[in-house]
Ligand binder design. Structure first.
Ligand code: DSN
Length: 409
């Protein structure tokens, strides 16, 4: 029973606090029911119609539906829905298309890339592959000319266009030109922005990249998990690409897929295909812009001066307290953000100079620009007056009570 007591407490914590970590979101009741269903009892190594164990009549149908929905939603000819997470999906892609020692090129962690995009020494992507990394410029923007020059000089076999802490729209066409100019594969990691792409508020990489990977639990608002998609351009480059990806996931990297997760992904994809999801995506971006503007008005330094997606990166260098301590202080007031590196950060990732905020979860709670202004005011109060934490905490509780976590979207 101890675990259920703790889950209840976590439920209350989530209800009473502002979830502003851009990679977090709430799921519908249907998604949570699928996750907690009998599907967790089953083993199904293999793929629909080609399983190693018996008893997969219904699991096959579920996985087929998930695949079809992914293909339709993102307009791609091939999808794999078995990856346990974004990191294992990216590993599968690299192992499917490259040989150990081949060169990859992704954005550095402090510029806003991901660990699996070639972070040196401590990740599979930097250990098993030669990695070169591009950086954002002094204003925090990707400089596509520089990326082009680096690619020309280094000739990587695979280039990654993807972000975890970059608040500007990615120009997939430019990435395509760069990748094509050196004959590299282009992998678009859209984990953060998948929901925005579906909603039509961020351009889609489908026509430009060979391969697209997304996690399913961020702006897409599904369960934890990932989808790997091969585009028509990818199949044109290598007609076996889909098969290679499937084999890299199973038996290459994983055993039995988590069928409960796949069912929940199928439900999330159906929810994301609804008209009201488009409104949701638009509101996420409206809210992020409102939050960035209000924080700017309060004197905070916003990296790149604003945002075009769901996240806002604050540069606290020069402030009395930096990212980690500020995030801890905000948590005491019920405002949950994560400390984050800023471009060219002189400090290490565990105690970086910035904090990262995002609007997917508060938008799911139906908050709007007026509430974003309020949230910026709360953040300002915590930063400028150490004595205000308990007062802000009460105000956060009042606000979250007015905007409960909805069960069905
Ligand atoms: N940890 C995720 C994020 O917060 O962006 C990426 O894997």
């Amino acid at each position: 029973m101890r675990i259920f007591d703790l889950i209840k407490k976590e439920e209350k914590r989530q209800a009473e606090t502002l979830m502003l970590i851009p990679s977090e979101n709430y799921t519908s009741k249907d998604i949570r029911e699928a996750l907690g269903s009998c599907l967790t009892h089953k083993y199904s190594e293999g793929y629909p119609g080609r399983r190693y164990y018996q008893g997969n009549k219904f699991v096959d149908k579920i996985e087929e539906i998930a695949i079809e929905r992914a293909k339709k939603l993102f307009s791609v000819p091939h999808a794999n829905v078995q990856a346990y997470s974004g990191s294992s999906a990216n590993a599968a892609i690299l192992f499917a298309l490259l040989n150990p020692g081949d060169k990859i090129m992704g954005m550095s962690l402090s510029s806003g890339g991901h660990l699996t995009h070639g972070h040196p020494k401590i990740t599979f992507s930097g250990k098993f592959f030669k990695s070169v990394q591009y950086e954002v410029n002094e204003n925090g923007f990707i400089d596509y000319d520089k990326v082009y020059k680096l690619a020309k000089g280094e000739k990587p076999k695979l280039i990654i266009a993807g972000i975890t802490a970059y608040s500007r729209v990615l120009d997939f066409k430019k990435f395509e030109e760069i990748a094509d100019s050196v004959g590299a594969y282009l992998l678009a990691d859209i984990s953060h922005i998948a929901g925005l792409i579906v909603a039509g508020v961020h351009s889609s990489p489908t026509d430009y990249a060979h391969i697209v990977m997304t996690t399913t639990h961020k702006t897409l608002r599904g369960p934890r998990g990932a989808i790997i998609m091969v585009t028509s351009k990818g199949l044109k480059k290598d007609s076996e690409m889909g098969k290679k990806i499937d084999r890299a996931i199973f038996p290459g990297l994983q055993g039995g897929p988590h069928d409960n997760q796949i069912a929940a992904i199928a439900i999330a994809l159906e929810e994301a295909g609804k008209k009201k999801f488009q409104t949701y995506g638009k509101r996420i971006v409206e809210n992020a812009k409102a939050l960035a503007d209000s924080l700017s008005d309060k004197g905070f330094k916003v990296v790149t001066g604003g945002t075009e997606n769901h996240m806002v990166l604050l540069d606290l260098s020069g402030e009395k307290i930096l990212g980690k301590l500020f995030a801890v202080k905000l948590e005491k007031a019920g405002i949950i953000v994560n400390a984050n590196a800023i471009p060219h950060d002189p400090y290490p990732p565990f105690s970086p100079s910035g904090v990262r905020l995002g609007t997917p979860a508060v938008t799911s709670r139906k908050m709007g620009p007026a509430e974003m202004k309020k949230i910026a005011e709360f953040i300002y109060q915590v930063s400028s007056d150490p004595g205000s934490v308990s007062k802000v905490k009460k105000e956060v509780q009042q606000l979250t009570k007015k905007f409960p976590i909805p069960d069905i979207f």
